[in-house]
Design a protein. Sequence first.
Length: 427
Amino acid sequence: MTDLATRRPALRAVLGHPAYRYLVAGTTVTALGNAITPVALAFAVLELGGSATELGLVVAIFAAAEVVTIMFGGVLGDRVSRRLMMRGSATATAVTQTVMAVSLIGGWATIPMIAAIGMLNGCLGALSGPSSQAMTRQTVPAAELADAVALRRLSSQTAQVLGFAVAGMLVAAFGPGWAIGVDALTFAVAALCFGRIDVSGAVRAGADDASDEGSGAAAEGAAARRSMFGDLREGAREVLRHTWLWLLIGQALLYHLFYGGVQGVLGPVVVKDRWTEAAWGWALAALMAGFILGGLISLRWRPRRGLLVGTATLSLTAAFPLAMALSDSLVVLLAGAALHGFGLEIFSVNWDLSIQQNVAEEKLSRVYAFDMVGSFVARPLGLVLAGPVSALVGMAPWLVIVGCVMGGTALLSTLLPSVRRLERRAT
């Protein structure tokens, strides 16, 4: 384990790159607002008379739109300016979130309207998501990539802790509309930050962000001659070439199928009934505190087989649903949430770095798109089924089942040879 004092010069070096600073600033402020919106949205639907099943449908529509659109975002991220994709998406989302906030504050919002705006937001986020993930590698030298990945995630998770910590209190004090208005503001700020990113010196096959200034016309012409589906097939071949990659995407599919309904539907209902609305915000804040702890440790700890270590710690995510099911103690709930965040963050840092180090630059956005689709394609189904299934088998038994699936599949994944053998590249 490297002493943190020896890491500080390296971290300062990463932050010395202006493009990276603007990228981190934009993603961090967006993370702050996005931490508030899920809490506000859940209670907005409930205040409008919606049930747990209706809340699940609203969140599922958002997730489904994201899944349907994200492959196009991956292809476009490898064809055109990733900066343009991120800036355009942030600007448009600032507008849609403003409309939702005004409708809730004005009292003329309806559940179908919220669902429709959520669907549009899902599409906008999906178009920029792969570009945002792939952009990190363009903003720093290869030798600083590990620090850049860990620090970017840490800054976003810290912002989400703050967002989740105040979300319940904002909703309770001012109402969900004003809380969503904060998210709209963060997207506007993010659009300004993304517009300042300059990676004109980055070398990238297929589409160079320098094309914003006209120097990448030839590369864009070649990209235009390729078919959309041809690009997708090439991205799929890249995913299938790495056994660890497609196997863990499959494991993530199961995780989100079962856990998506817990955080998006059942969690707010269970915690509100047992404690208060604010307690759900505290639980999500504890979840994010676990993320921060995992991020801090990832800055210091560089295991040689990072993907194996991360996959093992992913089993800790079972603690959150099990705490909801088996304990009446708020302290136990918060501890379970923190363990969930800690385990998931250790995995996520090593997962992200494994992709960044082992996938070709010109295919990176598409691989991230396949990762996101594979991870979230089953989430809408999980969101829709969470209410009916928990009503059928009982809330507590279903939460126990979810915890066992989450922990068990992660531990089984550690037995895969491709996961056990993959090593972090020295930088």
